[in-house]
Design a protein around this ligand. Structure first.
Ligand code: SF4
Length: 121
């Protein structure tokens, strides 16, 4: 049976190249449609090890706001996103923070930090 190429849109720059990706045994064997090498890199990561920067909010207690916006400082594997959201729901921020302060170091043991994205004063 012939494999149908997977269609992706590269999100590495505003050109949004339409990529066609041939996959065998969960591995990328050919990419076409990219206008620069980043497109091939994007396709390989997206197919073989998809990751996302997680953005969310955690609850604040005793502060001027109810929620504190947060994100991971680097992408995390897509299959871990639900677990990450579950952990974020357990976190409470009780002290003032500056944008970029770390709320959870080595979040989920993934080597990334959960950081605030704005000042909470
Ligand atoms: S393949 Fe290159 S030019 Fe095309 S969207 Fe991706 S980064 Fe931009």
């Amino acid at each position: 049976m012939e494999n149908v190429p997977k269609k992706l849109v590269c999100i590495e720059c505003p050109k949004s190249c339409a990529l066609s990706v041939d996959i065998e045994n969960c591995r990328v064997v050919r990419v076409s449609g990219e206008k620069c090498p980043k497109g091939k890199e994007y396709a390989i990561i997206e197919v073989e090890n998809p990751t996302r920067v997680l953005t969310s909010a955690v609850l604040a207690e005793g502060l001027s706001v109810r929620m504190v916006p947060v994100r991971t400082d680097r992408p995390i594997p897509k299959p871990r996103l639900l677990e990450a959201m579950g952990e974020i729901k357990k976190i409470r921020v009780t002290k003032r923070l500056r944008a970029g302060d770390i709320i959870a170091r080595n979040f989920l043991g993934l080597g990334v930090n959960l950081i605030t994205t704005r000042d909470i004063l």
